[in-house]
Design a protein around this ligand. Structure first.
Ligand code: AMP
Length: 423
């Protein structure tokens, strides 16, 4: 099937061609016709499936079909909500790329940067606004945005937004939106909370699911490297040097750990930079840009900072520590093996993390192969310790299926408390 049969008009087909896409991905094949039919959708799709184009293309198509009256000051026609600034910026870029041959105005609004330039953009009226919930609320409170004419609402990575404790912010946004609108909800995982949100929000939605629920992408080769905690850094340096890795995203559970590891890798002669919520937005944008350009080999990131990061053909992802929330593993390894490319996800696992590993394997319903390196064989005399949950971690989580219901809010609060007001 080609893009030509999906009901998109020439300006969009031209932009798609310029991107070099030859055929729609499964989520695009399924979602685009349904959205063009003006139906609400609930889509289960991870990043890497092409979901962004899956909602952006039909949204642009429908906006271009409806009568284009002159945009009124502060008005918005389409609102896209994302959990993080990085994802907002990436979605905004997609809107620009795919909408290149259409006359729409779009802007992105998130915290961590000055609000005034956003206010002047909004004053002109915008066809499309991509926003994180916190800063959007600031604009609503200051009456610098008018959402009463929204025709489309898109929630991207809705599960992440709930995990990050944005539910109340989202509710406040929903209150000011018109009843009559088309709503698209994207979520990588399903939970009771997502079901509740979709029941409230969506009108007889069409369900679309491309990757099976909570299964790790099949283009990602996963492996566990058992190793003692104190030797993880040595092993990581070894893997990067031996494998001559050019670009690797490393996940660290804490901000402090991310900084420390980046510094240590630098002293091992490997260019590395850390990205997390304590860094300014400019520093994060620069770190990501340097990494994408290949000027920095290793990007060490915390889960929150890494959400939505879209790097074409990222070959390696390393879990320096396993996440204590199993779903985060699926999100992390979804950074590689995207759009059909092969990717490798390696987890350095010490004895203390065996329970996390068991939970992850239960979630993805398969055992991850173990690679035992002779030189890094764990010392059998080291016994498992109760894992220290402090030091900036995400609170007691354990198995995601029986985690406390306020885990997310706690996690979001603790990370906000230490990183200042993160909107
Ligand atoms: P997403 O899941 O939206 O984060 O997209 C993942 C990646 O797939 C992005 O780098 C897109 O540029 C790319 N992509 C989206 N649609 C297609 C397509 N039809 N063919 C090839 N690549 C695509």
């Amino acid at each position: 099937m080609s893009f030509n049969n999906l009901g998109l008009s020439a300006p969009l087909l031209k932009a798609i061609k310029e991107q070099g896409y030859s055929e729609p991905t499964p989520i695009q094949k399924q979602a685009i016709p349904v959205i063009l039919d003006r139906k609400d959708i609930l889509a289960g799709a991870q990043t890497g499936t092409g979901k962004t184009a899956g909602f952006t293309l039909p949204m642009l198509e429908l906006l271009s079909r409806s009568k284009h009256t002159k945009q009124k000051a502060h008005h918005v026609r389409a609102l896209i909500l994302t959990p993080t600034r990085e994802l907002a910026a990436q979605v905004a870029q997609s809107v620009e790329v795919y909408g290149k041959h259409l006359p729409f105005k779009s802007c992105v609004i998130f915290g961590g940067v000055k609000i005034n330039p956003q206010i002047s953009q909004l004053r002109r009226g915008m066809d499309i606004v991509i926003a994180t919930p916190g800063r959007l609320l600031d604009h609503m409170n200051q009456k610098t945005i008018d959402l009463s004419k929204v025709e489309f609402l898109i929630l991207d990575e809705a599960d992440r937004m709930l995990d990050m404790g944005f539910i109340n912010d989202i509710r406040k946004v929903l209150e000011v939106l018109p009843k009559q609108k088309q709503t698209l909800l994207f979520s990588a995982t399903y939970s009771e909370e997502i079901k509740k949100l979709s029941d409230r929000l969506l009108n007889s939605p069409t369900l679309i699911e491309v990757a099976r629920r909570n299964t790790a992408s099949e283009t990602v080769q996963q492996a566990i490297y058992p190793v003692d905690k104190v030797r993880k850094r040595e092993l990581l340096t070894h893997l990067i040097k031996e494998g001559d890795w050019k670009q690797v995203l490393v996940f660290s559970r804490t901000k402090h750990g991310a900084n420390r590891l980046a510094g240590q890798l630098e002293s091992d002669g490997i260019s590395a930079v850390a990205i997390h919520g304590n860094k300014s937005q400019n520093a994060r944008t620069k770190a990501l840009a340097d990494f994408k350009k290949g000027e920095v080999k290793v990007l060490v990131a915390t889960d929150i900072a890494a959400r939505g990061i879209d790097i074409d053909q990222l070959p390696h992802v390393v879990n320096y520590e396993l996440p204590n929330v199993s779903e985060d593993y699926v999100h992390r390894i979804g950074r590689t093996g995207r759009a059909g490319n092969q990717g490798e996800a390696i987890s350095l696992v010490c004895i203390d993390e065996n329970e996390y590993l068991a939970n992850i394997e239960k979630l993805i319903k398969k055992d991850i192969p173990k690679v035992w390196l002779k030189a890094f064989k764990p010392d059998p005399s080291i016994k498992a310790e109760a894992i220290n949950q402090g030091g900036g971690g995400r609170g007691k989580g354990g198995n995601s299926r029986n985690r406390p219901s306020n885990r997310s809010a706690q996690g979001a609060n603790s990370s906000r408390a230490s990183s200042g007001r993160r909107r």
